[in-house]
Design a protein around this ligand. Sequence first.
Ligand code: M6R
Length: 611
Amino acid sequence: MCGIVGYSGRRPAAPLLFAGLQKLEYRGYDSAGIALLAPDGIHLEKNAGRDGVMALEVLGGKIDRLPAAAIAGIGHTRWATHGRPTDINAHPHLDASGEFAVVHNGIIENYLPLRERLRAAGYVFRSETDSEVAAHLLASHYSGDLAAALRGVLAEIEGSFALVVMSARHPGQLAAARRNAPLIVGAGAEGEFFIASDIPAVLKETRDIYVLEDGEMVVVADGSVSFTDFAGNPRLKTITKVTWDAVAAEKAGYEHFMLKEIDEQPQALRDTLSGRAAKAGTIDLGIGADFFAGVSRVAFVGCGTAYHAGLVGRELLERWARLPAETAVASEFRYRQPLLDEHTLVVAVSQSGETADTLAALREAKKEGARVLAVTNVVGSTAAREADETLFTWAGPEIAVASTKAYTTQLEIMALLAMFLAKERGQLPAERVAALLEEMRTLPAKIEDILARRERLRELALPLSRTADAFFIGRGLDWAVALEGALKLKEISYIHAEAYAAGELKHGALALVTEETPVIVLATQQALYEKTLSNVEEVKARNGRVLAVVRPDNKELAAAADDTFLLPQISDELAPIAAIVPLQLIAYYTAVRRGNHVDKPRNLAKTVTTE
Ligand code: M6R
């Protein structure tokens, strides 16, 4: 999730590229850079932020160092995944000769073997990024034709990418390709072309857009544009006229960032899994097994949604790895004088990596000699810097206050961590791990199936928008998801929503259930299905209105409920990753119907840096 912009035309490129990057800053702001094609070669300026000044602002102060007359170039604003947010890791990346420059969005999954091979052949790497391999590969494949060299790169790299490349040997030419990462071409006046990851980057200059599909390439040069597939076969493309205003374009046409981020979950899950799960059933967390050696207890800490992810982590860890685990709200954990020692692993979960209470819990754990693992979405965040080890979610920037894609990717990390430890401890057979990893690969498609049925969820949200209170119930992992579903509803719709362990309802809260009370029931856990069914009967006996989120084979429960939403078939342990998605959409549509400010709900902040 970074921002890319390229330009080839007749006007000075630097200010156009910089203006485009400013429009893409929301996609990543760790570092920024511009490379220009000038008659004497490629000129590059790139940097991370400095002393509290944002990376793009720093870059803006150096723009006049770039050749003003250059009329082609590429720019990038980065959301770090592989490698910290530093000047060196900023894009564009050059090959060793400085004759080729690339910008890249996405993740090159096989960058490690490619880097080894290139290093062995004498290529010198400067950065820690996966993207730099593309620059060296481009140089290695070049024999006079830039597009052919790019095709050579595409034949070797695996993963997701939007790549734009240029060479000092081809003034005015840009070549680009995409797979699982967006890329568009804007046709400007008088034969000028823009290439960008997102429409907002070019909207000030043109509304005539070609949208690249996966597996397509484009070459722009000397006022012409041509499209091919990766094999070089021509592709005919037509211009789409963009009618959105600039603000809508930033959200890629979505009304709210929250909905955009809900829709980004399949890709975020693919990216987070990428490079970590091999087909053979091995898991590579990028952390040596010795870090976990001798761990006899695990404590997950976090706030809000991150705490809810930790609840799933605890259950999976105990179930699969048979390792004692707890999950604590960070603001409680830090003050309760928890029993910690060098055999305790504290997992600090935080999207931002900057939440004050989570950082305080992390520091308390370190002070007491525990090992600390951070799970965060932000490379270079305080949590990532202070923890002993870090597992990043690669969800990309999350802008809406209500967390969605950060949560599902945190759940993916929880599952990988639990599986990894289960394997290390000999608690989960290799075949079971391989099967689970295979199922994880199918999750994005299952979530796409849920997202495709959003109209049904919009209908289901209708009665909710008129209610004052709602209950979410479930057992086991369903209870953890119920807590997150209730949080989503309350924070953006302002409806009082409470999550209960389904078996606990009759011990008090059932007194509140009347025909006016929607009760959302989650039933994905097969071992607990009959019990959950009985709890539904209890609610129905009090005339409560039941909306059941169930698996296709849960026929009795579906029949007992007033409304149902069917989840795709999925194993119990991975079900939370899919089961939350309908609840996110129900909360979203309810808030929209109530006319609330969905992305910035009242009284809340995206990152809570105070206690
Ligand atoms: O950045 P963090 O994950 O540490 O943030 C923790 C909570 O503030 C956050 O998850 C909050 O609960 C969300 N607004 C929920 O949608």
